[in-house]
Ligand binder design. Sequence first.
Ligand SMILES: Cc1cc2nc3c(=O)[nH]c(=O)nc-3n(C[C@H](O)[C@H](O)[C@H](O)COP(=O)(O)O)c2cc1C
Length: 212
Amino acid sequence: MANILLGVTGSVAAVKTPLLYEMLRRLGHTIKIVATQASLYFFDPADLPRGSLVQDEDEWPGRSEGRRWQRDDEVLHIQLRRWADLLLIAPLDANTLAKLANGLADNCLTCVWRAWESGRPVLLAPAMNTLMWQHPATGRHLRQIATDMGTTPPAGLALDDLLNWINAHCPRLRIVAPEDRRLACGDVGVGAMAALDTIAAVVQSVVDSTVR
Ligand SMILES: Cc1cc2nc3c(=O)[nH]c(=O)nc-3n(C[C@H](O)[C@H](O)[C@H](O)COP(=O)(O)O)c2cc1C
């Protein structure tokens, strides 16, 4: 059984966070959630077990009251990195995808990513509007992430082929492909986050094959 860090970003698919938490918990895993500010628009933290959710302000305890960092205070994103066997980001929105690919570290989740130990697996479940998904930046960013994780995909692959290539060649990186259906915005096309049981099955297969 694994310690799973579940990153949640600002896609409508974040409404499923409590369900995904429960599904992974039933598989026997221990889960902590790191939520971006935008993702909190889509689910109620009260629907999660107390203590399971990390928000950005938890990185900076007391900051709004003028408290300053004290020696021996923990650095939360590093603590989370040490704790986690596996990082799952579901949903992964276009904005955070771009940050991951470019190394930006301006919230707890992207700091965990930037500090991630390269030997530990990462699963990404993108969710975005079809035209966002089909934008050239998506392939560029996924290719960059694979390269940063040690395996450079061939140039010029179509998005589907790129995902297949990454999943076949990057042992520590799995992309759970988005689905083709009616999206929350009303458009029909590729971009909906994969079904929760698909994501859970990929998590389990990665845990079975890579986690100590
Ligand atoms: C109602 C609503 C739905 C959104 N859905 C998505 C989405 O599915 N995918 C996406 O990439 N961005 C979506 N966005 C935009 C992101 O929330 C926005 O880019 C935000 O800055 C992401 O911040 P984060 O990456 O820090 O979570 C949506 C925004 C709103 C207001």
